[in-house]
Design a protein around this ligand. Sequence first.
Ligand code: TEU
Ligand code: CA
Length: 564
Amino acid sequence: MKKSWWNGKVAYQIYPKSFCDSNGDGIGDLRGVLSKLDYLKDLGVDIIWLSPVYQSPFVDQGYDISDYYRIAEEFGTMEDFDLLLAEAGRRGMSIVMDLVVNHCSDQHEWFQKALADPEGEYAGYFYFRRGRDGQPPSNYRSYFGGSTWSPVPGTDLYYLHMFAPEQPDLNWENPVVRRKIYDMVNWWLDKGVAGFRIDAIINIKKNLDFPSFEPDGPDGLAACTNMVESAHGIGEFLQELKRETFAKHDAFTVGEVFNMKEDELAAFIGDEGHFSTMFDFSAQALTFGGHGWYDAPTIQFDAWREALFNAQREAQGVGFLANIIENHDEPRGASRFLPPYAQNETGKKLLATTSLLLRGISFLYQGQEIGMTNCRMTDISQYEDINTIDQYQVALRAGCTEAEALEACYLNSRDNARTPMQWSGAANGGFTTGTPWLVVNPNYREINAAEQAGRPDSLLNYYKRLIALRKSDAYADTFIYGGFVPAYETEPDILAYLRKGQEQTILVAGNYGETARTLTLDGPAEQVLLTNTGREAELLAQARDEGRITLESCESAVILLWIQ
Ligand code: TEU
Ligand code: CA
């Protein structure tokens, strides 16, 4: 596989609205991000991915862009952005932007012009279609509920939106649209951003027949993913995008790819792939399959381990996946993946160890490094997320009580990840001096960055050690380029793997069970590089004396097995 500058980088996702508010208006902003660059550098972060900071009406929190060339007023100015870019660069960190080009905002000039002249040039920037017998062109349910087709006022036309009605889909079949998108991407790359996280990208290729599908819910609609899965040829768009933009700048790109077709992994992330990497959502996908959040399956340990291992095996020799525990669309990983007895710092360190030493590009999401958790709301009105409000209604319509519907949101809501970053034990977790735009999780008094920075055995300090180990001169080559081999797969509760480098084999083992487990080692232990319990010396002694290690409940160990 080709080597690239980003191979060994550690990335950190910032959700700007919830990260740090510099001016007391209750909304995080770019100056707030700027004030935390040293914090991120100290953590070991190389690449900062900013969720959208462009001008937006914020119907979907910035994923509805009304001007790709402007910074949202709420977040600051282009001068603030340029300063952030320069200051990140000065610290050896890069900025990656969010590229949201499946759709724009209905307030974007293009869409406004299209509405003003529904038969004119700008209508061709979108999917305007005639209805069938007074009905929309097809029966797709959008990702946020309701039809994907909304009427174009004053006509018998409908426009397509895979997400909210305020997010009209851009017509990628139109070469003028593609050209304008490429120009915009190059404009940001010329400015000095290192690359992009690419939003909802699988949706850009439509089945232009827009066939209807068998309804799959009480609303009489069918998931719009059916249409995406019946579309072919996305690779042509993505290769052109890469050729016209990313490739010219050696940019780093990470795709948000759901519903990929089988055997397309190499096309997406191989040496000549569309992207540098793409997120491994195989763990998140374990919660799909119900009718909504109210009947979403919960994650079982064995299925989770198998999903992770399969993804790792498939990517090996093909490319790098990007490994995550959580992001702005998911509940908090600590709440989702850890059983009740592991919902503490030791358990969170275990989860961190599993994720960060996998083969691939490590991504952290803001607050993960201090172990932020899901936030219990007492009323649906406390939620801001459009998806959550829809899913609450879906649950009620399916017969859930209000309490049950709220519980489904507590477990699954995207707002779990969007509550403000917990910087300190001060009011509002130190996020703002004003009124925060979204509830602050009341556990900020116990869980916050300031407390953890001052405590050597905190989760935050463990993350620093873990990232430093991953990037250390002695072991980076193994952690970046080494192979992935599952280990102790038949041991209950154990999630373990070997990273096999040219001259090193490193065992990463974690006990997710409630009782201690003993593992017989495959060879002599050279060194115990890290544990989440401070038991490096004990485990090394046991390994040398007995050729095995006993991991306590929720304990993890990283062991250099032998030097060939
Ligand atoms: O998400 C794409 C996407 O498919 C989501 O709807 C995802 O399935 C869902 O959030 C899981 O809970 C991206 C962004 O990450 C998301 O924040 C945006 O709302 C969406 O695109 C539209 O831009
Ligand atoms: Ca602000």
